[in-house]
Structures are given as C-alpha cells and as structure tokens.
Design a binder for this molecule. Sequence first.
Ligand SMILES: Nc1ncnc2c1ncn2[C@@H]1O[C@H](COP(=O)(O)OP(=O)(O)O)[C@@H](O)[C@H]1O
Ligand SMILES: Cc1ncc(COP(=O)(O)O)c(N)n1
Length: 522
Amino acid sequence: MTAVEQTTTPAASTSNRVHDRRPVTVRDTPRVLSIAGTDPTGGAGIQADLKSIAANGGYGMAVVTALVAQNTRGVRSVHTPPVGFLREQLHAVADDVVIDAVKIGMLGDVAIIDAVSTWLQETVTGPVVLDPVMVATSGDRLLRRDAEAAMRALLPHVDLVTPNLPELAVLADEPVATSWADALAQAERVSAQAGVIVLVKGGHLTGTTACPDALVDATGGLGGDRSLIEFDGLRVDTRNTHGTGCSLSSAMATLVARSGSWTEALGDAKTWLTSSLRHADALEVGSGNGPINHFAELWVSSGMTSGRQDGAGILSGWWEDIAEVRTRIDRLPFVTTLADGTLDPARFAWYLQQDAIYLRAYSRVLARASALAPTAEEQVFWATGAAGSIEAEMELHRTWLRTYAVSGMEVEPSATTTAYLDHLHAATVDGDYGRVVAAVLPCYWIYQDLGERLVGASHAEHPFAAWLDTYADPAFATANARAIEIVAGAVARANETGRDTMRRAFLASAAHEEAFFAEPIR
Ligand SMILES: Nc1ncnc2c1ncn2[C@@H]1O[C@H](COP(=O)(O)OP(=O)(O)O)[C@@H](O)[C@H]1O
Ligand SMILES: Cc1ncc(COP(=O)(O)O)c(N)n1
C-alpha cells in the first residue's frame, strides 16, 4: 500500500507544556507501538492493543511492561521484568522502525513510568496517547498507589490522555465526578494544568442509557478554537467490556496517525468500538467480563461470519438507525421551547389534549401485547403498562388540562395522532407479538431518552417545571429498560422475516413520534 505522508499539527502548543504537541505524520498504515501489560486471555492489555491497532488499519508493535496472570474474572498476580530490560525493548524497536504513534497502557510503578517518560522525551516524535491504567474492570489494582503522582507528572509529556472517571479523579487529585458535567469540568482543569488533551470516557456513568465521550483541550486547540467536543453514544447492554479502555486508546493512536485529527479519530473510534461491543457476547470468551469483538465488522463485511447478533445488539442497531430522527426531535420548536420555558401555553394545552387521546388508545395496544405475551411475567409487564397509560390519561384530565382550562374530551384526534394510532392498531391485527412490542417501544424509549434532557432543563422558576419533573420518574426508566429487554428477547427468537417486520414497525413508530412532537408548532 502506498503511504500518503503529510505532516500536520493537530493541536496548538501551550505554555504549560514541557514540549509542543507532537506533529502527526499521516500515513495509510501507521506503525503504532503499544507499551503495556499483558492479558493472556487476549481481551485487555497489549493483546487487545494489537487487535485494535490492526482492526483500525495500523501495523501494531508491542513492548511489554509487566506480565499479568489474569483472565476475564480478575487479576491473580503480576510479574515485572527488570526495568533495564524494558529500556532494551524500547530501544530495539526505535533503533530499527519509524514509530508513527505510541499508545501507553499499564505502567505499574514509578520506575517504569520514569523509564518510559525518559524514552518518550529522547526518542518519540509522533503523537503519544496515554491510557492511565490504574484499576482493572475486575477491581484489581494495576498501578501502585505510590505511583499516582508519577503518573500525573507524565501527563505533560504525552498528547492525549484517556482516563475513565475514577482515573480522571486521581489525575485531578479530586473526588470522582458524579455527573457528566462535573467530569467535563474536571477534565478541563487537568487539561489546563498539564497542557494535555483529555479524552473523557462516560463508560462508568450510572443511571443512564447514554455512554458519551468527549475531547477537552483547555488551549482551544480542537479546531475552530474549540475546547470541548462531545460524542453521544448509546450504552450497549453487555457485561463484556473487558479491555474497552485499552482498545479505545490504541484505536485513537492509530486513527490520529491516519487522519491527523483527534476529533475525526474519536468519531471513527467510537463507531468502531460500539459495534465491537455489540458483537462481544457472540465471542463467548470466559465467564467474567469478556472481551469485545475487535474484528466483528471486518468479519461480517468479508462474509467470514454471519453477523448474527444477539437481540440487544440488534436493538442497538435500530436505535442508531433512528439517530437522525432523535436529533430532529431534539431540535423541534415544541421541544426547544418546552425546555427553555417560552412555549405558548395554548400550544402546550393542545399537545396535552392530543397526548390524552393517544394514551387512551396506546393503553389498548399495550393490553393487546399483554394478551399475546409468551410468559406470565411479560403479560404482567404489558398489562401494568396498559394500566399506567390509561391512568396517565385520566391524570392529564384531572390536573394538567384543568390547569390549562380546556376539556380534552371535546377535541378530535389530529391527522398526525390518527396516523400514529392507525399504525399501532395495524401492528396488532395479525397477532404477531414481536410486531406489537416493536411498534410500542419507541414511545417508551424516545420519551425516556428525551426526558433525560428535559429534566436537566427544569428549575424552580421554570413555567413548565412540574411537567418537566414528571420525566424524572425512576419507575419509567425501569419500565423502559424492561421493555427494551423484552423486545430484544422477541427479536432474538424471530426469524429473518419476523425481524424485518419488527424493525419496520419500530422505525415507523419512531417517525410517528417525530411527527407527534412536530405538530404542536408548525
Ligand atoms: N456498555 C457500553 N456501551 C457502549 N460504550 C461503552 C460501554 N462501556 C464502555 N464504553 C465505551 O468504552 C470506552 C471505555 O470506557 P470506560 O469504560 O469509561 O473506560 P475503561 O474501560 O478505561 O474503564 C469509552 O469510549 C466508553 O464510552
Ligand atoms: C494489562 C492490562 N492493562 C489494562 C487493563 C485494564 O483493562 P480495562 O480496559 O478492562 O479496564 C487490564 N485488565 N490489563
């Protein structure tokens, strides 16, 4: 393959740094060195790095810092070769091969950190990504506590650092951030202090279906003088997340050396990582937190594997298929004015009336799902949803519609409401459980997802505070998660035709959701 070489400087330098950010020599197949510990089960550490580099189009090389006896369940012991031998490995590579990018993983102790830091300063001219590995997914320590200060001191010598939330707290020398906004602020402080770009990872956030990541550069060097670029992502429902941090940082080192842009690199890395997580369960490696499937996309596209996914994976795909619908819903005037409080109360009242009509019919469709359910538990779940839906309709009349001095019963369903309800009723006609539950799911899922953002807009003086606060009901989040699981189970049981019918029902309902939110303000 011909190398397309071009030197770029992806980010500006800063006075806090001991060196200017290293320029990137862009190459089709960059030669990427991982300096990290081992995982004999192949899911994390240097074994994951080599797979990640290859999957993202690089030539992988590996210098081992420590040998770790671990598996998907945990770490048993660590053997650290003499630090002089680490130096010999580093020099052996650098004396012979041009290194286009470096990824650093587990360092373990102060002596190793110092040796790597010296070598970086003396030898490396390409971009350096540091994954500040401290604790494995299993909870075992991989960095001695007395080496945390040395890890902080290493930051000014690298270009990008990729901490998870607990690691970010150690780098900032502060308590662990409890919200995404706090994590971004903490990353800004670390970036300003050390002059390094911080890739903040949302994998450890709790109580949300989102899994965001962000690039933070206090010097505003992210292009267009930006100091923050966020990447939304959907959390894949899997326990097989062993080595995600290792794999992401190696992918970043490889992709920045291919494109010259940290932002582009993260966009591509996240898409690839999400897909690799979605195919993780199919690998069936180990009984603990198993590895991700680094080559899933390549294997499927080359016809090597069928790409048969588990139900949750298929649903994540549907959710991504409606990403544009969700983005458009977020930007609808009804939604933005509801969030900022400028929504015309008459338009709100009209929406509530249509919502009441919708809920009454939706309740009957949920009752149909209950009637068709294959297990007693699912029967109860949908019946409970049906009851909740009709109760919500009555509550609208008792409270909201009274507050807004209108009587919902006089109002006719709009063409949009009618079209949505016709679609839901049509999904019930042939007694196909999968089709019914796929059709009702967007109402749960989109409402829950949008609600998470609307709750954030609420405050004591907000004119719609009482309404926005209803989105925060944890029972709804639980019901949404269960509805997703049930539909995932149904799709896993369905054949190809059944899956296609379910997907079409889901996508159509999502489109009806958009129309429903668009209608109050045209
Ligand atoms: N369940 C998940 N679904 C989708 N992405 C995930 C999931 N868990 C982690 N990630 C992503 O994997 C990467 C590593 O995240 P994180 O778990 O925070 O770090 P670490 O593996 O270092 O503990 C991030 O890009 C994060 O967004
Ligand atoms: C050698 C080594 N390096 C890093 C990790 C962290 O893995 P994770 O990405 O799951 O936190 C690990 N378990 N082993």
